[in-house]
Design a protein around this ligand. Sequence first.
Ligand SMILES: Nc1ncnc2c1ncn2[C@@H]1O[C@H](COP(=O)(O)OP(=O)(O)O)[C@@H](O)[C@H]1O
Ligand SMILES: [Mg+2]
Length: 270
Amino acid sequence: MSDRIQEHFGLSRRPFDKEVPPETLWMAGGRQQSLDRLVGAVEHREHALVTGEAGAGKTCVLRALRERLSPAHFRVVYAAHVTLGRRDFYRQLCYAMGVEPKATAAAMFEALQREITTSNSDHRQHAVIVLDEAHLMPDTTLSHLHVLANFQWDSRSLLSLVLVGLPELHARLRLGVHRSLLTRIGTWVTLEASSPELTVGYVRQRMASAGARQEVFTADGLSLLHELSGGVLRSVDVLAGSALRLAALEDKRLVDRDVVRRGAAGTPLY
Ligand SMILES: Nc1ncnc2c1ncn2[C@@H]1O[C@H](COP(=O)(O)OP(=O)(O)O)[C@@H](O)[C@H]1O
Ligand SMILES: [Mg+2]
C-alpha cells in the first residue's frame, strides 16, 4: 500500500515514515534553537531537560543532538528502558558503556564512575547519558539520579544527563525529593505543538524530502490536517499518511479537505 503512495505521487521514499534521515529533519518551529541550546549545555558539561507532549518530536531532537556531538569528544549513551528499578537501571547503563555488570546497584554505580572517569582522563571524552521517556522512571531510580548528576572529579563535571519526557516530568522534578536533581539542571527545552503555518511548513518539507516536486496537499486540506492533529507531529504523520493512501486508492492527484477528512475517519485521531 505504501509503495502505492510512492508510485502514485512519484516519490522516492515514504514521506511520513518514522525513520527520518538526520539530514532531512525539519528544524523550524524553534527546533534549531532547541538543538543549539542542548548542544551548548552538553559542551558546557551541564545537564539538560527536554519536555513536550507525546509525538511533539523529542526523540527526533535527540537524534539530531547525537549527530551534532563529535564522537571524538563525546560518548553518548542512550537509555530508553527507564522503567527499571535502580539495580536494573544501572545494569542497563553498564551494558551501554561496555562495563561488566556487578551484583549490586552500588557496585555497578562505582564501576560506571570509573569508566566515566577513564573516558575523560584517557580519551578526553565527556559522557552524555540520554534518558528518554524519563517521566516513566520509578521514584527510586529517579531519586538516585542526582548522585549521578553530581558526579565530578577535581570539581570538573564528567557527565551530562539529558532527561527527556512528557511535561509531567518537569512537574514531578519540582516536587520534594526530586528538587535536588532539578536544581542541577541548567537548560530546559520545551517542544511545543506547531502553529497552523508551521504544520504547513512541516508537511511541505516532509513531502519535498520524499521527492515531491509539486504541491499535493491543498490549502484547505492542510488546514484540516492542522486542526485534527493539533499541530502534534506524530498525529500529522498519521493523518497525512492516511490521506495520501486514500488519494492514491482513488487515483486523485490532490489531497483536499474532503480526502483528509475521509482519511482521518479510519484513524483513532478523528
Ligand atoms: N524534526 C523533525 N523532522 C521530521 N520529522 C519529525 C521531526 N520531529 C518529529 N518528527 C516526526 O514525528 C514523529 C514523532 O516524533 P518523536 O520525536 O518520536 O516524538 P516524541 O519523542 O516527542 O514522542 C516522528 O516519528 C517523525 O516522523
Ligand atoms: Mg520519544
